[in-house]
Design a protein around this ligand. Structure first.
Ligand SMILES: *Cc1c(COP(=O)(O)O)cnc(C)c1O
Length: 459
């Protein structure tokens, strides 16, 4: 202890004892929610950290110590809260991508809290296939002979490449050997799966002949990756999938496409560009297509591997398939989401399609209704632009309406912070120094929440 300064010694002495901390009124509050053993452990560990910090030359007060313990306990006792998405970004990755439909949430909850014949045939009582319902739904909706559901699209691409192309060459256009999101870079994913990347063409233009020239005895597949989160505009060319599929067939190669968003409906009816659907890809001759479950499909996080029966079966038999397979809740959730498409009710039932299909007049009325109900100054209607987001339809916007909130008392950053931390939590967007709540990304049953949150802010 001789190297300690007088200040350090004083700081250590002034640290409250564990027993004292446990009696602090801010910490006592947690007694009803945390078993005494865990409560005192949490306090003791925080006290040890404070001690280590003082010994390392840092400073910490009683006050900091209590606040640190309270912050930790508060996070532990509370489930992650829900938030209202006022950002105008419909598939918002940082807000959990697509919320699922009510039926889907119900199906997931049922599957989670009950036994179910996951791998049994009800008639014979014998072992049956896992995921048969999704296979049949996907066949009806996309023409896929067979479908395998895995953890996410990253797993779908990795598994597909590992099963079909390990140790062999896969040809990709330079313009498509891209990074899709944090940690998902096509060249890295390919390397991890054991495939050997062969890049052809240039960043902006690639032709069928570029692929053809690169084919040799070592080649296993052609891979097409949908540029889902960026667009190259101007002097560009990428070959049609149909032409690449024909080339793959002539050379006995697999044609693999990563379509990304898992879109099943035509996005052009909302004035957006055409997002490739799984059915498009399969019809254009892809042997196997991969997609996410929680982007435009509108289901829980999952990856879909859909395509020719023999190819999907081969992927299913790969040892890694077991490591990335989905649990019963996701299996049930994907099934329930697909049934909305089967019934032709996706626009009404699936939140992401409900949001995309609202027209401008409806959105303006929605904001006018909020304004009337908030009944205070500082709020007005603004024109806005929503985006689909989450790695789909890059650069495309949907016209929208937003509630603008301006008060002379607070700056926009502060207003936004209060909305985020308020009860209910609302995530707005700040544009041109004005706080906006975009009516398109607010879910169907959340009008009361918006009115409540904004009323607290402006009145
Ligand atoms: C989003 C996306 C991925 C990654 O999907 P996850 O479900 O997030 O793993 C891969 N490829 C494309 C083309 C994508 O758009």
């Amino acid at each position: 202890m001789s190297e300690l300064t007088a200040g350090q010694r004083a700081a250590l002495r002034s640290l409250p004892p564990v027993s004292g901390l446990l009696e602090h009124p801010k910490i006592v509050r947690f007694q009803s929610q945390v078993h005494p053993e865990y409560l005192s452990d949490t306090v003791r560990r925080a006290q040890e950290r404070a001690r280590t910090e003082i010994l390392a030359g840092g400073s910490t007060s009683d006050h900091d110590l209590v606040d640190a313990v309270v912050a930790e306990l508060a996070l532990m006792v509370q489930a992650v809260p829900t938030v209202v998405n006022g950002t105008g970004v419909l598939v918002h990755t940082n807000l959990g991508r697509s919320p699922v439909s009510r039926d889907t949430a119900e199906a997931m909850s049922q599957a989670a809290s009950h036994y179910l014949p996951l791998e049994l045939d009800l008639g014979s009582g014998e072992r049956g296939g896992r995921g048969r319902e999704v296979e049949l739904l996907m066949r009806a909706l996309t023409g896929a002979e067979n479908t395998l559901v895995v953890n996410n699209n990253a797993a779908a691409v990795s598994l597909t490449l590992a099963a079909l192309t390990a140790g062999r060459k896969v040809i990709v256009s330079r313009g498509e050997a891209v990074e899709i999101g944090g940690g998902f870079r096509i060249p890295d994913v390919m390397r991890q799966s054991g495939a050997i990347l062969s890049e052809v063409g240039t960043t902006n233009r690639s032709y069928v002949r570029d692929y053809e020239a690169a084919i040799d005895d070592e080649t296993a597949a052609l891979l097409k990756v949908h540029a889902s989160n960026f667009s190259i505009i101007g002097f560009t060319a990428q070959p049609e999938l149909r032409d690449l599929s024909d080339l793959a067939k002539r050379h006995n190669l697999y044609m693999i496409e990563d379509v990304g968003s898992g879109c099943l409906l035509d996005t052009t009816r909302y004035g957006l560009s055409h997002e490739p659907t799984l059915a498009d890809s399969l019809a254009a001759g892809a042997d196997v297509v991969t997609a996410s479950g929680d982007k435009l499909l509108g289901g829980p996080q999952a990856g879909l591997i859909a395509g020719k029966a023999s190819v999907v079966d081969m992927i299913r038999r790969h040892p890694m398939a077991r490591a990335v397979r989905v649990d019963k809740t996701v299996q049930a959730g994907i099934g329930a989401t697909l049934r909305h498409y089967l019934r032709g009710e996706a626009e009404d039932a699936i939140p992401i399609w409900w949001a995309m299909s609202r027209d401008l007049l409806w959105l303006r009325n929605r904001v006018e209704t909020w304004i009337a109900r908030i009944d205070a100054g500082g709020v007005s209607l603004r024109e806005s632009q929503s985006v689909v987001g989450g790695g789909s339809l890059p650069g495309m916007t949907l016209p929208s309406a937003a509630l603008a909130i301006e008060t002379t008392a607070s700056r926009p950053q502060e207003l936004a912070r209060r909305l985020r931390l308020g009860e209910p939590h609302v995530f707005p967007r700040i544009e041109d120094d004005v706080v906006l709540i975009d009516a398109r990304s607010v879910l169907q049953d959340e009008d009361n929440l918006v009115v409540q949150a904004v009323r607290q802010l402006v009145s």
